[in-house]
Design a protein around this ligand. Structure first.
Ligand SMILES: [Zn+2]
Length: 132
């Protein structure tokens, strides 16, 4: 399993930084065992010009629907944390996206993943594109 603390677009103009707290959430939900289900949540952070600084990630609640190869997030729990971080930060920390695990070491996005990306990207007010 490989982790990076930052990513950039191919032209290096936009950077995405992951706080240690975010990486820790990812690490805790690696699907090590055959019985481990997918996990996921919201990515919360700050927009700094062209860059994104991810400072928090929500993780599965008992309400989420999880299996080895699927994860369906329900709003309960995630929405409250997102709202709290938004108000505690006076509106600087907000919803920036979503994450979920896959059981493979080298994951391939599913058809549902790709259609969700398109749906979420088209609904963004700033029209920032998602990676294809
Ligand atoms: Zn997926």
């Amino acid at each position: 399993m490989r982790f990076v603390s930052g990513l950039s677009t191919p032209d290096k103009r936009s950077l995405v930084n992951f706080d240690d707290k975010v990486l820790e959430v990812f690490r805790k939900h690696i699907q090590r065992l055959g019985s481990d289900a997918e996990a996921g949540g919201l990515l919360l952070g700050e927009v700094r010009g062209m860059h994104l600084n991810l400072v928090g990630a929500t993780f599965p609640t008992v309400d989420d629907l999880r299996s080895r190869c699927s994860f369906e997030r329900l709003p309960q729990g995630h929405a409250e944390i997102s709202q709290k971080m938004w108000s505690d930060s006076r509106g600087t920390v907000r919803y920036l996206g979503e994450w979920h695990t896959h059981p493979e070491d080298l994951p391939t996005p599913s058809g549902i993943d790709r259609s969700e990306w398109k749906r979420l990207a088209s609904g963004r007010k700033d029209k920032r594109p998602f990676p294809s």
